[in-house]
Design a protein around this ligand. Structure first.
Ligand SMILES: [Zn+2]
Length: 465
């Protein structure tokens, strides 16, 4: 799941929004004219577009059935080449993630119409399906190349080729179904709230099935993107993102900022405050709904949230502690090489759960017997730390001599994230690299950043609320 959000400026220019069949109001009141929301998920970023649906309901009219017995989700395919087993797979994944209930519990409102999920296999079918939904030819063409999901009203399109893993699918399905639930209950919601809630839930669905260290690393890397925007003084106010997207001025992934804003709200006011906000949004304009929920204006909140991001961007790294789980099958040594250091700090492996602490000055302590330091074969690298495994005796793997194994940890903005793990064989220096932090029976089971006063860590913890 690394590099899920590729940086890029292409999106703003990519969407000629006017061509989606929308009568645009002046930018100044974009926040109050929404009817149906189309949400377009880009691989690099996810941009929400508001359109009048082809059969648009009169504004403010909502059908709500107190007893809705239809299926919550219907999965169909468009085009050829998608076997029935793939439909079953998506259905099983939705059940495993418990996506519909998860969203309902979060928003406090349940879907009252069936959501239709259309699976497409390739860019040509994706484009054709978007055209059928009323997207212009030009936009359908570009979206089919680089978006990983699309929602209009209660219809979701999932391009399978853009979501190769179950973790990708868990995220995009939960994200899009959150938009569907919002679309069915709220006529008027600003982009930052809509996307903030959808990204939060997409991450939440992902978290339900992903290795926890991988998940937290994904979260932290997404947060690092925004901290770097803050450091370069390019952050726009939450309410400015919509206008910037529409005018082609989007310079970074606003959705990650929206997500952090929702995380901030959850961290400071509780997860149930989102239900209160949604409840107010059902009948009030967004500014009033926010005020009634949080007791402050959106602009006051934006100032407070921006201050927290700036504070976080200025916090220095406090080091980290790693939790290692060593299985009885691993016999050998473990070397920890902090960033910018040529030396690895060695320990004798013992089965069980252990902790390794790396300080900002590059000291390494562990509750394992120390065997001193040794020059590492990996060069000293700023922002990169290695945990190397040196087995006691050389086994073979895939017919080759197994030399050692590495786990790589990246450090940016003071945040420690797991990157990948691999084995070194005699004829293959990077055999079988994996995103799961586990190799030769040794796992990293937690990475704890020691900068306890860093506001970003409080925000990220909201995914555990
Ligand atoms: Zn979205």
């Amino acid at each position: 799941m690394r590099s899920r959000w590729m940086s890029g400026l292409a999106v703003a220019g990519l969407l000629a929004l006017e061509t989606i069949g929308v009568a645009w109001r002046p930018a100044g009141d974009i926040g109050v004219v929404h009817q149906q929301a189309a949400s377009i998920e880009h691989r690099s970023k996810q941009v929400r577009v508001d359109t009048a649906s082809p059969s648009s309901e009169p504004q403010g009219v909502h059908f709500s059935f107190p007893f809705f017995f239809g299926p919550a989700v219907k999965i169909v395919t468009y085009g050829t080449g998608i076997p029935a087993s793939e439909v079953t797979h998506i259905q099983n994944l939705l059940n495993r993630v418990n996506a519909v209930q998860r969203i309902r519990d979060f928003l406090g409102v349940r879907m009252n119409h069936t959501a239709t999920i259309v699976l497409v296999k390739n860019a040509a079918d994706y484009q054709a399906e978007l055209r059928q939904l009323g997207v212009s030819a030009g936009d359908a063409s570009s979206l089919s190349q680089d978006s990983n999901g699309f929602t209009l009203g209660s219809t979701v399109v999932i391009p399978l080729f853009q979501n190769p893993t179950d973790v990708d699918l868990a995220n995009v399905l939960t994200h899009e179904l959150t938009h569907v639930d919002i679309n069915q209950h709220i006529a008027n919601i600003p982009s930052w709230m809509n996307e903030g809630m959808a990204v939060y839930m997409g991450m939440n669905g992902q978290k339900a099935i992903e290795n926890p260290v991988d998940f937290e690393s994904d979260e932290k890397q997404d947060a690092e993107n925004i901290l770097q925007v803050v450091q370069s003084n390019q952050l726009v106010p939450l309410t400015g993102s919509e206008a910037a997207i529409l005018s082609g001025q989007e310079t970074y992934d606003y959705e990650l900022q929206d997500w952090l804003a929702v995380c901030y709200l959850i961290a400071h006011y509780g997860k149930s405050s989102i239900q209160t906000l949604v409840h107010h949004l059902e009948s009030e304009n967004p500014n009033q709904a926010f005020l009634d929920t949080y007791g402050e204006s959106v602009s006051a909140f934006n100032a407070q949230f921006t201050r927290a991001l700036k504070q976080s961007a200025a916090v220095a790294s406090g080091g980290a502690s790693l939790e290692l789980n060593i299985s009885p099958s691993y016999h050998g040594e473990i070397f920890v090489q902090p960033p910018n250091q040529a030396l690895g700090h060695g320990f004798k492996a013992e089965p069980g759960t252990h902790h390794v602490i790396v300080t900002t000055t590059g000291q390494v302590q562990a509750d394992l017997p120390s065997i001193g330091t040794k020059k590492s074969k990996m060069p000293a690298t700023p922002g990169t730390m290695y945990v190397s495994l040196l087995p006691q005796r050389f086994d073979t793997m895939d017919g080759q001599k197994l030399l050692d194994a590495e786990m790589e940890i990246q450090i940016q903005n003071g945040l420690y994230t797991f990157e990948n793990a691999w084995v070194e064989l005699a004829n293959n220096p990077m055999y079988n690299p994996s995103y799961v932090p586990q190799v030769l029976g040794v796992s990293i089971t937690a990475i704890h950043d020691e900068a306890s006063d860093d506001p970003i860590l409080t925000m990220l913890n909201a995914e555990n609320a």
